[in-house]
Design a protein. Structure first.
Length: 231
């Protein structure tokens, strides 16, 4: 069977894409109900909450998602919630909504990474466009995180020696110099290098350099192992 037909068959049975989730945090029940209906009618999955603490009590989702967040909330306000989840939910863009918008607040929200800042009342289509854009950002972020996870998984499959060789090779050393650093022959370096390229699925040295940059691999001092950090 050809590789093309195999790929075609795999795609036939691939899992369906999860429905994007749109979270809403607003203490006004009429706003929550209105947005819940609009979101569901548009084909997304709504999850609505009356407070920031209520929202924080639920786990993150693996599907593309975004958050429609009211600035003025009874417990944590919108900006406080934005700061609270900034490092934890990077795949969840935030669309701020408020009935009392002001320039300093909107600037602070946007500097904090908000995808949009809307003042009530707003047109439904304006909000829907903001949601579509936010979902696209979330899709890209989730894809990026998955690619990093795969790279970390491949790197973990390398032996300690292969990790050392990879770090020195991507630092620009020739095979003979890598061998000198590690106290092994150039032929052995070439063998390790070949395994590194195969396991990391790198097509070229340039590709391997890009991968190492993504993994933040740092060549260590002589006779010490390379280190890797996740971004």
């Amino acid at each position: 069977m050809s590789s093309t037909s195999t790929l075609g068959r795999q795609s036939e049975f691939s899992e369906p894409k999860p429905t994007p989730v749109v979270f809403v945090v607003d203490d006004d029940i009429s706003v929550r109900e209105s947005l819940e209906s609009l979101i569901r009618f548009s084909g997304w999955q709504p999850k609505v909450f009356g407070s920031a603490l209520e929202f924080l009590s639920i786990p993150a989702v693996s599907a593309p998602n975004c958050l429609i967040l009211d600035v003025g909330l009874p417990d944590l306000n919108g900006l406080d919630l934005q700061n609270r989840i900034a490092g934890e939910r990077k795949d969840m863009p935030i669309i701020f909504i408020t009935g009392h918008g002001d320039v300093p607040t909107s600037v602070k929200a946007m500097k904090g990474g908000a995808a949009e800042f809307l003042t009530k009342p707003f047109d439904d289509e304006v909000l829907l466009n903001a949601i579509r854009n936010a979902i696209e950002i979330s899709v890209a972020a989730l894809s990026d995180a998955e690619q990093l996870r795969l790279l970390q998984q491949r790197y973990a499959s390398l032996t300690p020696r292969e990790q050392e060789v990879m770090a020195l090779v991507v630092s620009g050393l020739l095979n003979k110099h890598v061998g000198g650093e590690l106290g092994i022959s150039e032929i052995t370096v070439k063998a390790h290098r070949g395994k590194v390229m195969s396991k990391m699925k790198a097509d070229s040295l340039a590709d391997l350099v890009k991968i190492s940059g993504r993994l933040q691999i740092v060549a260590s001092k002589k006779n010490e192992r390379a280190t890797v950090q996740s971004s």
